[in-house]
Ligand binder design. Structure first.
Ligand SMILES: *Cc1c(COP(=O)(O)O)cnc(C)c1O
Length: 374
């Protein structure tokens, strides 16, 4: 049996070698490697793909979140409502901006914030809501936007995973003051290293974000994007639409092969108020005996990854006491997030995979649950 890696880009890269050589030659002949011309092209490409008026690149998605908050004027004394189930940077960025993250449980089907759960967490100190779109679909944005408008809260989006996702025709990251994208290698539009971008329709916010990123604002911070990643990402942009389509085919194949397997809950499609376009970034199934299954799959050469193995509230820097910069002391339980943290597993999903790879993962999963049933 051939092993199935969690993620590779070998095939895609082989096909891009010509472009990469060309890009590297361009870099070699440029008087300085940091003149930013490829980064500016990347920003234009992001703006045209998302429809955002402005795109400001920086060194990572994590840094883009910090820059977005700083540019939006979030700081000490402010509370920012964040989902408790997400990548760590969703909450760490709030601390780095000097504000306090307030954790809220997520919807069990979309793994996202809902207007009801957010409304219950708003206080007189709430300055912003940072909505996250995870895995293959967006949060239901219309009710969240209405709530933020009514309460005078800033709506921000951690749309790091959401390239290509839209609701009511509007791209993720554009529902409030601003959003971000990540180009981390495993992301749908991934580079070979780190890069991120802030998207916004607000010129003032874009200008402030540019100052923060360049290290010329009043905040002691900076995070510039590099030309090499921009070259890679521009090459990748040419194949992105085809890759998104391939991800959809692979996800459908998983669905077909797994939906009848006892013990497996395939990803749910949660409807939103507005019609939406989904993009399969992660194929996340909820699985009985998840850790035992993951170990069984690893023995069969199939790599998987638990997304996310613990809630953010259970991360060491937030669960301890006395850090001083931790969340407001409202220890709550987060049943939906805690349930997901023990069951959710990302299966391999990337354009380099073949149909046979999916079949191999699915037959290993089927074998595991057949053995359990006997
Ligand atoms: C990937 C990701 C980030 C961070 O992006 P990096 O480029 O890896 O720093 C932030 N939030 C979410 C939800 C992500 O998936």
């Amino acid at each position: 049996m051939m092993p199935v890696r969690f993620f590779t880009t070998h095939r895609a890269l082989a096909e891009e070698e010509d472009f990469l050589t060309e890009a590297l030659n361009g870099l070699r002949s440029s008087p300085t490697r940091t003149n930013g011309s490829l980064v500016r092209q990347l920003e234009d490409e992001v703006a045209s793909r998302t429809g955002a008026a402005h795109a400001v690149a920086c060194n990572s998605g994590t840094d883009a979140l910090v820059a977005l908050l700083l540019a939006a004027g979030i700081g000490p004394g402010d509370e920012v409502i964040v989902p408790v189930y997400s990548f760590f940077a969703t909450a760490s960025c709030v601390v780095h901006a000097g504000a306090t993250p307030v954790f809220v449980d997520v919807d069990p089907d979309s793994y996202a914030l809902t207007a009801d759960s957010v409304a219950a967490a708003v206080t007189e100190r709430t300055a912003a809501v940072l909505v996250v779109h995870l895995f293959h679909q967006m949060a239901d944005m219309e009710p969240l936007r209405t709530l933020c408008d009514e309460r005078g809260l800033l709506l921000l989006e951690d749309s790091a995973e959401a390239i290509g996702m839209t609701q009511g025709g509007l791209h993720a990251g554009r529902f409030g003051a601003g959003g971000v994208l990540s180009f981390f290698p495993t992301k749908t539009w991934g580079g070979l290293g780190d890069c991120g971008v802030i998207v916004t329709d607000d010129l003032g916010l874009a200008d402030r974000a540019r100052e923060v990123v360049a290290g010329v604002s009043a905040t002691p911070w900076c995070s510039e994007a590099d030309e090499v990643q921009a070259a890679v990402l521009l090459a990748k942009a040419r194949r992105l639409d085809g890759e998104i389509e391939r991800r959809r085919e692979l996800a459908q194949r998983y669905d077909e092969r797994l939906k009848a397997v006892q013990g497996v809950r395939t990803p749910r499609l949660k409807e939103a108020q507005q019609p939406q376009n989904r993009v399969w970034y992660v194929y996340l199934a909820e699985l009985e005996h998840r850790d035992e299954l993951a170990a069984f799959l690893a023995e069969r050469g199939v790599e998987t990854e638990a997304y996310y193995p613990r809630t953010i509230a259970d991360q060491p820097c937030f669960s301890g006491s006395g850090s001083g910069s931790g969340p407001a002391d409202r220890r709550a339980s987060f049943p939906n997030a805690e349930y997901a943290a023990t069951r959710a597993l990302g299966l391999p999903l990337y354009p380099d995979m073949t149909d046979a790879d999916v079949d191999e993962v699915c037959s290993a999963i089927t074998d595991f649950y057949s053995a359990k049933a006997n």
